[in-house]
Design a binder for this molecule. Sequence first.
Ligand code: NAD
Ligand code: TYD
Length: 334
Amino acid sequence: MKLLVTGGAGFIGSNFVRYVLNTHAEDEVVVLDKLTYAGRRENLAEVAEDPRFAFIHGAIEDREAVDAAIEGCDAIVNFAAESHVDRSIEDPEAFITTDVIGTHVLLEAARAAKIGRYVQISTDEVYGSIDEGSFTESSPIDPSSPYSASKAGGDMLVQAYFRTYGLPALITRASNNYGPFHYPEKLIPLCVLNAFAGDKLPVYGDGMQVRNWLYVEDHCSGIDTVLRKGAEGEVYNIGGPDECPNIEVVKRVLELTGRDESLIEYVTDRPGHDRRYSLASDKTMALGWQAQTGFAEGLERTVQWYRDNEDWWQPIRSGEYLEYYRQQYGRELA
Ligand code: NAD
Ligand code: TYD
């Protein structure tokens, strides 16, 4: 199979590209990526010389770039997105452009090319917040942030293209990912790097918001399972094995980095902050998938990866990131 992986230079996309090339000897991968602040060629360094891999610099909302990239591909897996809730609150526009309009351009191009398979990578955040129990694929869509609303818009277009035009499309909705190559604007890598530096770890509100943590490799195997075995027109949840309140996550990071709790800093809560996410993944598990990595083990591996890969994260903690940090947290990084 020849796959077009859009957004393949980001956190999950780059892990997925490695996963596919390592798991399926016959497969080829073309990455189309706009290389925003979150996308980096360095994330794909391990596969850069693989003859089965090609990289194209371009945006999913650019029809010409998409048409060129799609040439000869059997399937599309769309990771391309603006992905950070806090940035969507600050300025939603790029989220609409990429997550809604970009998805639409990609769907049009896929339809014209008569693509064999289209997988939209979505999120549990489209379901909104749940106090008890877990979301299933038939739970109503009820997004809270401009990020989750724009992802929900993309999902609705994918569903419409399946129903209206018979596009062989599927949607996956995953819970919070963590692991190697995670951009340090998100809770876990931000806290790991701040803890390394002896800087404060910012906790929004009371820190009792719960997330359902999924190790990125488990997400990749889930997407791969849905890509190859899922039924067209269906949605598949891919949830992590463990749920944990943010304050517990932060305390575990402090423990793994040998720091004490005096580094915890409670800061102003995020507006519209979803209290809890929880996913039931029975439908994906019925295809033969299961998460392999518990949160304790995955977090330990993640902290170790950041310890071993300062060359990867050091350049990020400059320029745009420092500016973002100053705006978001109202202070400089230590
Ligand atoms: P990321 O921000 O790390 O990476 C996004 C990638 O998309 C980057 O390489 C960026 O350059 C690229 N991109 C952005 N706009 C583009 C455009 N217009 N055209 C082409 N490329 C563009 O995000 P991530 O955390 O890897 O998330 C990937 C996907 O998974 C997203 O669709 C996100 O909604 C979804 N998701 C993420 C999580 C999570 O916990 N991170 C959980 C569930 C679902
Ligand atoms: P995040 O990693 O941004 O993912 P998402 O918003 O998609 O769930 O945040 C995870 C949780 O951690 C969320 O409840 C917000 C919280 N959080 C903090 O408490 N402090 C922070 O500095 C960040 C970035 C997030």
